[in-house]
Ligand binder design. Structure first.
Ligand code: CO8
Length: 261
């Protein structure tokens, strides 16, 4: 079976993961979900040279159009439930990934494809990107984080309108509403995302992981709980070699050499 994901090492601790089914607009079938779960749940997690990941789709037309509706045609309820459990595990492995994940979106990001972008830490998009959660038009509802992540990205009232109508929205709207951090001419979004990933990867790795953990863990907690989480993560960094190296390098006017400890 052909591989569904391609890995490209760009150096500097940044890996690009490409959904590689352009003939199917990078639709997610079971095999793609299994590969992604293995990648984010195990393979990339175990590598000690990773500092940031860029997630993108092959071809001009789509980041991903979500679940493969051809594979799903005629699926029994039981097979559907099992596949959805796999999709959830796959997305959990992305949500819990310890390093920043940046989505570079060109073309359609629909259904699970939109949820994939929502599950990344942030998104850079081509001006031609089209987003949407059309599940409701298919007799289902978003089930890979969409009902929770879209309201957090856009606000509840706008998310309700989009999810309950299933209507698509443009890259410009996604940018204006806060889902997309930056827009680029089509074809330039990937390099832009890699450039941001490289800037992140040049920072102290424990500090990057810690800041991400504090933001993700605190955003839905009461402020006092979030602030307490920040202190506890910060205290662990205070005892790190890289904390000392950062200040030393500043005063010696040189680039720090991080040890990840
Ligand atoms: N699955 C399988 N094939 C697809 C999908 C899809 N999701 N979307 C498009 N295709 C196929 C079409 O069937 C067509 O194939 P063929 O050439 O063999 O007929 C080909 O791609 C081109 O599609 P169109 O002819 O429709 O091209 P258009 O330019 O007219 O339209 C669209 C492109 C707008 C993308 C349109 O195809 C469309 O609306 N597709 C459906 C998108 C959709 O509804 N996605 C949501 C799926 S449900 C879901 O994702 C639930 C998430 C589950 C958990 C997370 C899993 C990742």
């Amino acid at each position: 079976m052909t591989r569904r994901l391609q890995l490209s090492e760009t150096g500097g601790g940044v890996v690009v993961v490409t959904l590689d089914r352009p003939q199917a607009m990078n639709a997610f079938d079971t095999a793609m979900a299994e590969e992604m779960l293995a990648l984010f749940g195990t393979t990339l997690r175990r590598r000690d040279d990773i500092r940031a990941v860029v997630l993108t789709g092959a071809g001009e037309r789509a980041f991903s159009v979500g679940a493969d509706l051809k594979e799903r045609a005629g699926m029994s309820n039981d097979a559907w439930r099992k596949q959805h459990a796999l999709y959830r595990d796959t997305f959990e492995s992305l949500w819990n990934f310890p390093w920043p994940v940046i989505a570079a979106v060109r073309g359609y990001a629909l259904g699970g494809g939109c949820e994939l972008a929502l599950g990344a830490d942030f998104v850079h998009a081509a001006e031609n990107a089209v987003f949407g959660l059309p599940e409701i038009t298919l007799g289902i509802m978003p089930g890979a984080g969409g009902t929770q992540l879209l309201p957090r990205a856009l606000g509840l009232r706008r998310a309700k309108e989009l999810i309950l109508t299933g209507e698509k929205f443009s890259a410009r709207e996604a940018h204006d509403w806060g889902l997309v951090n930056a827009l680029h001419p089509p074809g330039e979004e990937l390099e832009a995302a890699i450039a941001v990933a490289r800037r992140i990867a040049a920072n102290a790795p424990l500090a990057v992981q810690g800041a991400k953990r504090a933001m993700d863990g605190g955003i839905d907690a009461p402020l006092k709980v979030g602030l307490a989480l920040e202190v506890s993560v910060h205290q662990r960094l205070s005892a790190s070699d890289d904390r000392a190296e950062g200040v030393r390098a500043f005063n010696e006017k040189r680039t720090p050499e991080w040890k990840f400890r």
